[in-house]
Design a protein around this ligand. Sequence first.
Ligand code: FES
Length: 107
Amino acid sequence: MPKVTFINPDESRVELDVPVGTSLMRAATAHGIEGIVGDCGGGLTCATCHVLVEETFLPDTPPITPNEEQMLDFTAMGRQPNSRLSCQLVMTEALDGLVVRIADPQL
Ligand code: FES
């Protein structure tokens, strides 16, 4: 199963097995990763699932939809060049080994 490493704001790391087809937000909240809030449940209305994707993986991530594009402007941390909303990052085999930094703050 593909693995994803989440880097917490305190620099601690959590590695999760994430099934293909599952969003990073769902995987993180299911495993109690506190930095991923996911208030809207993946409906693209909260921007509390903000992560920064390690640059080498950016080409393998799905394209940013117009709705995600809009919501990235409402992140509490502020948008970075490698910002994504983790509810929109659905796991694929190509993303095995993905590393994301959890945005701080989320709210
Ligand atoms: S969970 Fe709300 S925008 Fe991602």
